[in-house]
Design a binder for this molecule. Structure first.
Ligand code: HDD
Length: 699
């Protein structure tokens, strides 16, 4: 039996399938013959208190909701496994990092932070990336985000920060958005937010897919090996598919077209057997190098640039199973930074220290008492033997004694012996005065914000400027806009000037650019992944008269490369091909939009077919795809559709009967089946994800 299945087998014990035979019953098992009408005094009379079935049904329903998470309320989760590439015994004694042949099951929950449970997926926000490893030594939770830095340095500021970013207290607006006065008021007064704010304004805050984003443990943690030697460690998750993002205009449209864009993408990929995969990497810093950096390792607003300490890959995680019940699993899962296993320990990062208090505390309320570790998704696969008893929702019938030491229970459970695998806290020497003061080593808030800015490609910078202009443009208090721009001027003068010009405030006089070199690893340009087009959604716009051979020739290649191809037409049903046959349409254009696809292909009809510019939905589709930097392929008379957009600013270079690939627009006016050259160029354009070297298109 595969030990990696132990969590799945444990879950099966909790499946509650209705028995195949037998009638509907009450919670007490009494058969119910009629659940459609209440018990009333006469046909038109009042409902009777006596109706216990009515009362039980309504009472249960009335209590079906639990408090949503105060942050990260909206999420999507999946099960999978982790396996190390090799033993990490040199650095840590954590059992799940020792043996490449041992798989450890995991549950991962991705989330947005600001919005409530029912908010849209594609908002501008940090994404949570929380992993629960069900290890043989107990649960280990790596509760990370898709940014490597946080907005504040000390957890005592967390309520302030969250109050500022959440909807405003008087009117509960805006939902799922940071573009409002209170957040920017806080930012402008609290420069430690700036580095994370740069990430928030970048395309990292609008991921194309949970499967295409990085994860970070953020804090410096500590590995401890069997000899008790500590090594500082930062955790990185890197997606196999590369890191890809949406563009802001598209992300906003997606919020309406498909609010479940990211959770649906994760669910569908797993159902289709396209299991998302991440590599776990670590940056290791020997303890003697603690002070070798120009920032403090304990400061969670700082990264260790990868060029300074390379990320060492240590294993991979695959998500291969969707939950069976959203509430039972994804909603009730409880992560906690203090869920560590022997070999992984904390540092004195004041944000981490606060988190180690907060998660258990919040779960007591959210999950209604102290027994939530018994919920199937939270149960460790390692044996649990505690003297903790009673409390709300205790579902076990414990027998025997419940205190230590005892003789009446045979002394059980006893302390783990010296040779056992007990967790022993790292014996760090600590001494100092009690003070309430931020360490002077935490004071530089600008250098790494500048490092991030310096490391961006031109198009990434443009997107950052646009994001600042959008966000601050929604701020009513002009003083807040100005103060924020003044802060930006301490990061980079050019950035501040461009933002100032967009939001109607004066350019700051003082521009002390905190130039700090570059870290190429921060740019999305360096994170494209393996260049595959697997699971990319490609729309093929078809209409009557289409050349079926042309469609089939491209479709076959795209499908073989793992892309998901859908034929869209003005209406559902079928279209008539140029051969007189009818071909099935996958979706009607009015039910979808370009923002739901990664690329668009426009096949044509036989020689002489006029371009299909008539359908306004099709024209909008192509224009949006182009505007959002997406690959556009056109064949035969389909090229006519693309060229019809030229007056709108689209630059198109086509040559008669030749494949031309320019700025992600791939064309060939030849009739008949697509050439290999065309399909190769189109696949390459899709693999590149987006093309930013296009001139702007009129909106
Ligand atoms: Fe937190 C949830 C990640 C700082 C307090 N946090 C939560 C979740 C993630 C993170 C991914 C959702 C877990 C899930 O899916 O259930 N939080 C982070 C990261 C942080 C961070 C990466 C900084 C490095 N958090 C942070 C601080 C505090 C909290 C400083 C409080 C002092 N976080 C919470 C919480 C939540 C939470 C209030 C809400 C629901 C929950 O814990 O279970 O306790």
């Amino acid at each position: 039996m595969d030990p990696a299945d132990s969590k799945q087998r444990q879950r099966e014990r909790f499946h509650a399938d209705d028995p195949a035979a037998g009638p509907l019953t009450t919670d007490q098992g009494v058969a119910v013959d009629h659940t459609d009408d209440s018990l009333t005094a006469g046909e038109r009379g009042p409902t009777l208190m006596e109706d216990f079935h009515f009362r039980e049904k309504l009472t249960h329903f009335d209590h079906e909701r639990i408090p949503e998470r105060v942050v990260h309320a909206r999420g999507a989760g999946a099960y999978g496994y982790f396996e190390p590439y090799e033993s990490c015994a040199e650095f840590t004694r954590a059992a799940f990092l020792q043996d490449p042949s041992v798989r450890t099951e995991v549950f991962v929950r991705f989330s947005t932070v600001q919005g409530p449970r029912g908010s849209a997926d594609t908002v501008r926000d940090v994404r949570g990336f929380a992993t629960k490893f069900y290890t043989s030594e107990g649960n280990y939770d790596l509760v990370g985000n898709n940014f490597p830095v946080f907005f504040i340095q000390d957890g005592i500021k967390f309520p302030d920060f969250v109050h500022a970013v959440k909807p405003e207290p008087h009117n509960d607006m805006p939902t799922g958005a940071s573009a409002h006065d209170t957040l920017w008021d806080f930012v402008s007064l609290q420069p430690e937010t700036l580095h994370a704010i740069m990430w928030l304004m970048s395309d990292r805050a609008i991921p194309r897919s949970y499967r295409m984003m990085q994860g970070f443990g953020v804090h410096t943690f500590r590995f401890v090996n069997a000899e008790g030697r500590g090594t500082f460690v930062k955790f990185h998750w890197k997606p196999r598919l590369g890191v890809h993002s949406l563009v802001w205009d598209e992300a906003q449209e997606c919020q309406g077209r498909n609010p479940d864009f990211n959770r649906g993408d994760l669910w569908n990929a797993i159902e289709a057997g396209e299991y998302p995969e991440w590599e776990l990497g670590v940056q290791l810093v020997p303890e003697e190098d603690e002070f070798a950096f120009d920032f403090d390792l304990l400061d969670p607003t700082k990264i260790i640039p990868e060029e300074q300490v390379p990320v060492r890959p240590i294993g991979r995680m695959v998500l291969n199973r969707n939950p069976e019940n959203f509430f039972a699993e994804t909603e009730q899962v409880a992560f906690h930074t203090a869920n560590v296993v022997p070999g992984i320990d904390f540092t004195n990062d004041p944000l981490l220290q606060a988190r180690n208090f907060s998660y258990l505390d919040t779960q007591l309320t959210r999950l209604g008492g102290p027994n939530f570790a018994q919920l199937p998704v939270n149960r460790p696969v390692a044996p649990v033997r505690t003297n903790q008893r009673d409390g709300h929702h205790q579902s076990a019938i414990h027998r025997g004694t419940n205190y230590f030491p005892n003789s009446l229970g045979g002394g059980c459970p006893a302390h783990a012996g010296a040779d056992g695998n007990a967790f022993t806290h790292y014996a760090e020497r600590v001494d100092g005065h009690k003070i309430r003061r931020r360490s002077p080593s935490f004071q530089d808030h600008y250098s790494q914000a500048a490092l991030f800015w310096n490391s961006m490609a031109d198009w990434e910078r443009q997107h950052i400027v646009d994001a600042f202009r959008f966000e601050l443009g929604k701020v009513d208090a002009l003083a807040v806009r100005s103060r924020t721009v003044e802060q930006l001027a301490k990061v980079d003068g050019e950035l501040a000037a461009q933002v100032a010009a967009g939001v109607g405030v004066p350019e700051p006089a003082e521009k002390a650019t905190a130039s700090k070199g570059t870290s190429p690893a921060l740019s999305l340009e360096s994170l494209r992944g393996e260049g595959s087009i697997r699971t990319r959604q490609i729309a093929v716009l078809v209409t009557d008269g289409i050349d079926p051979e042309q469609v089939a020739s491209v479709r076959e290649v795209l499908a073989a490369e793992g892309a998901i191809v859908e034929a869209l037409a003005a209406t559902d049903g079928t279209v008539e091909g140029s051969d007189g046959e009818r071909y099935t349409v996958d979706r009607a254009l009015p039910t979808v939009a370009s923002v739901l696809y990664d690329a668009v292909l426009l096949p044509g009809g036989p020689v002489g077919t006029p371009p299909t510019t008539a359908d306004p939905d099709a024209m909008r589709f192509v224009r949006d795809a182009y505007r959002h930097g997406k690959p556009v392929g056109a064949l035969g008379s389909g090229v006519g559709i693309v060229s019809a957009l030229e007056p709108e600013g689209l630059r198109l270079s086509t040559e008669f009967h030749r494949v031309v690939a320019d700025q992600g627009v791939v064309t060939d006016t030849s009739p008949g089946a697509a050439s290999e050259e065309f399909t190769r160029a189109f696949v390459e354009a899709v693999a590149a994800h987006r093309h930013w070297n296009r001139p702007p298109v009129r909106r």
